[in-house]
Design a protein around this ligand. Sequence first.
Ligand code: ADP
Length: 496
Amino acid sequence: DRKKYVLSFDLGASSGRGIVFSFDGTRMEQICQHRFGNQAVYLNGTAYWDFLYLYQNILEAMIRVGTQYPISSMGIDTWGLDYGVIDSCGRLSGNPVSYRDKRGAAGADLLLRKMTGKELYQRTGTQFLCGNTIYQLFYEIQKHPEQLNNAEAVLMIPDLISYFLTGKKGAEYTIASTTQLLDMKSKQWNFPLISEIGLRKTLFSDIKYPGEDSYTLFSEIQDRTGMKEAKLVTVASHDTASAVLAVPAAEKENFIYISSGTWSVIGIETREPVINEKGFLGNFTNEGGFGKTIRYCRSLTGMWLIQECMRCWKELGQTITYDQMGEGLKDTEEFMCFIYPENEAFQKQCDMPKAIQEYCRKTGQKVPQSQAQIARCIYESLAMNYLETVEILKEQKKADYARIYIVGGGSQAAFLNQCVANATGMQVAAGISEATSYGNAFAQLYHAGEFHSQWEFREMLKREENIRYYEPENKDVWKLMYERYRRVIKNDGGQR
Ligand code: ADP
């Protein structure tokens, strides 16, 4: 058996999964999955991640697959922004806190009295999110400096897990790019900024680029898991960076991607960061990608809206599957009403169908009643919202963009894919639902010499995986409707 087996861990804010992929030199195949939950735990008003639980589940998955397959390597990617602290004895100091915790906003408040958001943007290239690591750390150093004063290292979550599996400290580039402590021009830590905000430079480990390093697992862990040969490879450890690796684009092609899940991350790949006033005002960010690329992108509300509707309908005993919904959509009135997906009213868990109906009533539109009408309103509105970002991206980085690639779980929504093609007038190529795990596995196979570049991998995906193409239809009607959408959202009264 010349097959190679690699293990990808992908941890999200609501669940984690370990997936084994096999690679026979031509094709990658998903062999098995181990899933576990993840949620923030509130103790005395602070939102923590249950780090030990996550670590334990990773070990259990390793034991399960390690005894079944000759795993040659593993890699870890997670959500961004969060970190853990290592003390001088190498122990975990405190439990990692979640970006959802209120300390981020408090830290941002404090830091933005010292320097403006615009100055920070110019110096880093990173968008403002109140959960950004910089604000979490600034809060700690201002209010409770003991922990950081006694610390040996600050490690982002994937680096923290790696540390407790191998004993080696490193700072992977793509996850570090979510801290707002990098200088995206040099793709290195921004040490002047780090010092200015009162943090010691030595807390930050050397930047490692994905696919370039690997570490040996602790021998106890090798024994426990049976993963004797496996190395831990530094992959593109921010989940969206791994997802974008699995965009099946051709080399030299200019493309726009949408990583479609709960959020829709929409952007382009560049060599150099794009840092200007328009990007600052639009909350565009420069994040790290594989091969020292920059992902110039923006996070929009995504499948969250439909997910929440489905959750509510299920509670009411009106469960509907994605397939049933897809069928119903076809016979439903077009452009009945629009919502602005970023409106404050849709951001928190709520009775989403009702929130949508209320929005339509308030803005003087027809009020959708059936599940299909509500779903259609969501999909058409998401496509319009994407269009606005696509137009800004095209302005910010002029190029001949061939098509839009949609990857991630949301790429299965055929109706939405067609709406995106219609709204933007561009071809849409949709596929690779488990893009993040594929991208993670790729960096491991690249490290092993099975691929020589991300382009070979992307070519393979294009050839071997089921990519579906959508051509724009009814462009003129959609153009007119975009005008109507703009009028609706201009007067919707929601905060941006
Ligand atoms: P995340 O990690 O953000 O949840 P995923 O890539 O796992 O992202 O995608 C999950 C999303 O995929 C869900 O929000 C769901 O709406 C969407 N999804 C899953 N299955 C389907 C399907 N069959 N059709 C359309 N959308 C789907």
